[in-house]
Design a protein around this ligand. Structure first.
Ligand code: ADP
Length: 436
């Protein structure tokens, strides 16, 4: 149990660190990227404005050229090559012809034109684009532009751009470094979290241990007086009943009921305390199930009769089980007792038991009050009772199902519940079995 809590605490602590580091990395990356590229963005926008002022007339003339004049200008020799310049620009007509320009990488012209062909930039719009070049390398570009209109008709665009491959490379390298540092920190914080949660739990484990010892000792010490009490009551019942008034008799029977209840509680507490200390041994053997079921139904009969509950059983014929007979009887009794206790008048309790390839399945279902979904995962905890007010009408102390869980665990099986409020519950037990 404590191992689980320690593991959960570590997971929680590490999870928080992971969230923090992811947020930190994403934030640093975006901040750095925008800081580094912001200046360039402003510059490509400003360049677009400047080139617009200078070249918009080229596009106006082009608009009024005849076909013949246009074809004369259909060569790219007006394009200037300027390898040192950090920026480039192109003046482009609506049908994709370059009228003018200044370029730093003619090799990329085709790719750049492919990107900008279908793009009419809005006011101050900037795009980041990557182009794959030979050798698997990528070039990152920032592109902007300004479109030219004549009497509302689109007559071309002046595109500007710059190469930001180096800046992107720096930011990406930084991102990788940040991720690596984060991974190291996550590993360290998991170790630290595990260590710290272990330290924090020492006093809790100690006091829990003390409490368990106390319960074990108290239950053990109470057993003798209670059994003396019980046998004394039996002697009184056997010898003095005729001399007793009706009132005294009622008191005697009430006392007997209470002693019975107390004996059960003490035995349950002692069993849980001993199971915690790992001193309970299972006495596993093959046994036939049917006689046990008949005995259990006989035992439950008075309670079933009180509420006029119908018992339906569907037990596979001649079924045998390998397990601790007494513990399995106790497990089925807990489930049947609950199915009756939390049932309604004229309800039904159904028990199905059958063998599967390597296990035995047992189902105990009822048509009772059911268990709300939000409580279903807690009912196997010690002393947990659904809605105290509701449970008070039914005798119990919230130990039954934790004992059932322990018995199932000790046999290496599983127990689960399916339930709907107001409709009933179904407890399903699977016990692994050796192959016969
Ligand atoms: P209790 O002694 O209170 O019955 P259990 O450990 O056996 O303790 O059960 C825990 C709680 O689970 C009960 O208090 C009850 O609220 C709920 N419960 C168990 N079995 C059923 C059932 N068949 N139908 C409805 N509620 C159930």
């Amino acid at each position: 149990m404590f191992k689980k809590i320690r593991f959960r605490l570590t997971l929680l602590f590490t999870g928080l660190i992971v969230i923090f580091l992811i947020s930190f990395t994403v934030l640093s990356y975006s901040l750095l990227l925008s800081l580094i590229t912001n200046k360039q963005k402003q510059q490509v926008i400003a360049l677009a404005e400047a080139e617009y002022a200078e070249h918009k007339d080229d596009l106006f003339y082009w608009y009024y050229y005849t076909k013949n004049e246009r074809s004369k200008k259909a060569r790219n020799d007006y394009l200037e090559y300027n390898p040192e310049a950090p920026f480039f620009y192109y003046v482009i007509t609506p049908n994709g012809k370059i009228l003018d320009g200044d370029e730093s990488f003619p090799d990329l012209r085709k790719d750049i034109l492919k990107i900008i062909r279908k793009w009419i930039p809005k006011n101050e719009e900037v795009r980041r684009e990557t182009i794959k070049v030979q050798g698997g390398k990528t070039i990152s570009l920032l592109l902007s532009g300004k479109s030219v209109f004549k009497n509302g008709i689109y007559i071309g665009t002046i595109y500007t751009g710059t190469n930001i491959t180096m800046q992107i490379y720096i930011v990406k390298t930084l991102l990788i470094i940040l991720i690596l540092i984060s991974l190291v920190f996550i590993g360290l914080s998991a170790l630290l979290g595990y260590y710290m949660s272990g330290k924090a739990m020492v006093p809790i484990v100690r006091s829990f241990q003390k409490q368990k010892e106390f319960v074990a000792n108290a239950s053990h010490e109470l057993r003798t007086p209670i059994s003396i009490f019980q046998s004394s009551l039996e002697v009184i019942e056997a010898e003095e009943v005729e001399k007793m008034s009706e009132f005294s008799l009622q008191i005697l029977y009430d006392m007997k009921d209470e002693v019975k209840r107390m004996t059960k509680l003490i035995n349950d507490l002692l069993l849980l305390a001993r199971s915690d200390a790992d001193v309970v041994q299972l006495n596993q053997e093959w046994f036939v199930l049917e006689p046990m079921i008949s005995e259990l139904i006989r035992k439950c009969h008075p309670l079933a009769e009180q509420k006029n509950i119908e018992f339906l059983t569907n037990i596979q014929e001649n079924i045998t089980i390998f397990g601790d007979k007494e513990r399995i009887k106790q497990l089925l009794f807990i489930l049947l007792d609950n199915a009756l206790k939390y049932n309604v008048e004229n309800g039904q309790v159904r028990m199905n038991i059958w063998r599967e390839a390597e296990s035995i399945k047992m189902e105990v279902s009822d048509t009772g009050i059911g268990i709300p979904l939000e409580h279903q995962h807690r009912i196997f905890e010690r002393f947990y009772r659904v809605d105290k007010a509701r449970s008070r009408q039914h005798e119990g102390n919230g130990i039954g199902l934790s004992i059932a869980q322990w018995i199932v665990d000790a046999h290496g099986g599983t127990i689960s519940v399916q339930s709907e409020e107001g409709k009933g519950s179904c407890f399903i037990v699977t016990l692994p079995q050796p192959i016969q």
